[in-house]
Design a protein around this ligand. Structure first.
Ligand SMILES: [Zn+2]
Length: 418
């Protein structure tokens, strides 16, 4: 009996230790049943690395902006994080290797590119680093140089022609060179992301964990096709292109991929750079957020749309999603806009507390939103959402982004999933 009790105590102690996370210590390893969502800060755009509850891995975007870019090439600009000795793509790859250090051969099961902009996929401009076969290593193509990627989903495969041809786009051309080479080497499969589906990103785990910790990834929108909630059915938001002048075609941000992760009671929303605040005189179909909001419903955590730029996070979206936690993937001086924070904190849109975490505020951005700064839970650092096995609760952990130590700087929660 006594041995039994001792054994029970020991088991409990080990269990608690595995789940506990101490401040100032490196982030503990992912545990089976847990859902870890890492919002990585390289200062160069979006990169979200997700370890799903049964171990399948998903990378959403791998930004690397032009180093001579007008948007950040200013004295007060935040440089690449942790430092300028490597490019963003390599830092992302190393971060992922670190997060998967418990695996013998780290791999990315799925990589998803929300849309074809540099801060989401990497630009070849002003980059000299090349692969053995000749394409430029930047963003996603650089990540693929260091870690095998098994499947890539994007909005353009195979023709890359909607709403217009990308034939003269050096960034997409470089990315396609990378895809072609990877396909020739039989390293990767590529698919177009399809709205309405719930079976495109699924568990690749063949063990019992697959049933025990099942999750769902709901494909909400891409290229203006929006899930209706009725099976695989979608509706077209954008008008037929034949009715528009080429200058009036949907822009790249509007075409972004949006998806939802559901795990038990926990829900996470990511909408790329979709917009929802109309410019004066713009047609209603420029608002991509409202029709998506109608099919999503409340979520626990939201990755803020379009980096919190002024045209994002409209009232309808916030009213429907009612996020308890919002992560702002900020990297430019316009991220996030004061109006956007005003809406995010508005109790007229929804009641209750909400916590906002920004991964990288520039000095100019801090000036513009100074009255909101005291309310923000974090202004820099990787933001990790760690959902407990089963999905009932989650914590937010802020990791140091000035080195690769994975040191936990702050812990928030536990929050109850709703
Ligand atoms: Zn962007």
């Amino acid at each position: 009996m006594r041995t039994c009790l001792l054994f029970l105590c020991l088991a409990l102690w080990i269990g608690t230790k595995a789940l506990a996370q101490e401040l100032g210590k490196p982030l503990s390893d992912w545990q089976p049943g847990g859902l870890d969502i890492h919002h990585i800060n390289t200062g160069q755009g979006n990169a979200t690395f997700i370890i799903l509850p049964e171990g399948t891995t998903l990378l959403v975007d791998a930004g690397a902006i032009n180093s001579n870019d007008w948007r950040t090439n200013k004295p007060r600009n935040i440089p690449t994080k942790p430092n300028n000795s490597r490019q963003a793509g390599e830092w992302i790859a190393r971060y992922i290797q670190n997060a998967l250090r418990f695996q013998r051969t780290p791999a990315i099961d799925y990589a998803l590119i929300t849309h074809f902009h540099d801060d989401h996929m990497g630009t070849p401009l002003n980059v000299t680093k090349r692969s053995a076969s000749g394409y430029v290593l930047t963003g996603i193509t650089e990540v693929g140089e260091y870690i095998p990627i098994r499947k890539i989903l994007d909005r353009g495969w195979p023709d890359y022609a909607y709403p217009r041809s990308f034939a003269n786009d050096s960034m997409v051309a470089n990315y396609r060179q990378f895809l072609n080479w990877q396909i020739k080497q039989k390293r990767v499969n590529v698919e177009r992301f399809q709205a309405g589906r719930t079976d495109q990103i699924i568990s690749i785990n063949q063990t019992a964990l697959r049933q025990k910790y099942s999750f769902q990834i709901i494909n909400l929108a891409v290229n203006g096709q929006i899930r209706t909630g009725n099976g695989r059915q979608t509706q077209s938001l954008f008008p037929d292109l034949t009715s528009l002048k080429p200058a009036d075609y949907p822009n790249e941000n509007m075409c972004s991929i949006a998806f939802q992760i559901r795990y038990g009671q926990f829900d996470y929303f990511s909408g790329g750079d979709i917009q929802g605040v109309l410019q004066f005189g713009a047609p209603a179909w420029h608002d991509v957020e409202t029709p998506i909001a109608n099919v999503v419903g409340p979520v626990d955590v939201q990755l803020v749309d379009h980096h919190g730029y002024a045209d994002s996070q409209n009232g309808a979206l916030l009213k429907s999603l009612r996020p308890r936690v919002l992560v702002v993937p900020a990297w430019a001086s316009s991220h996030p806009a004061p109006d956007v924070l005003e809406r995010i904190y508005s109790e007229q849109l929804y009641k209750g507390e909400r916590d906002v975490f920004a991964i990288n505020l520039l000095e100019d951005a801090k000036k513009a939103i100074s009255s909101f700064l005291p309310g923000l839970k974090s202004q820099s650092g990787h933001v990790v959402i760690r959902v407990a096995p089963g999905g009932a609760t989650y914590r937010v952990l802020i990791l140091s982004d000035s080195d690769e130590s994975f040191t936990v700087k702050a812990i928030y929660g536990p929050y109850q999933s709703e």
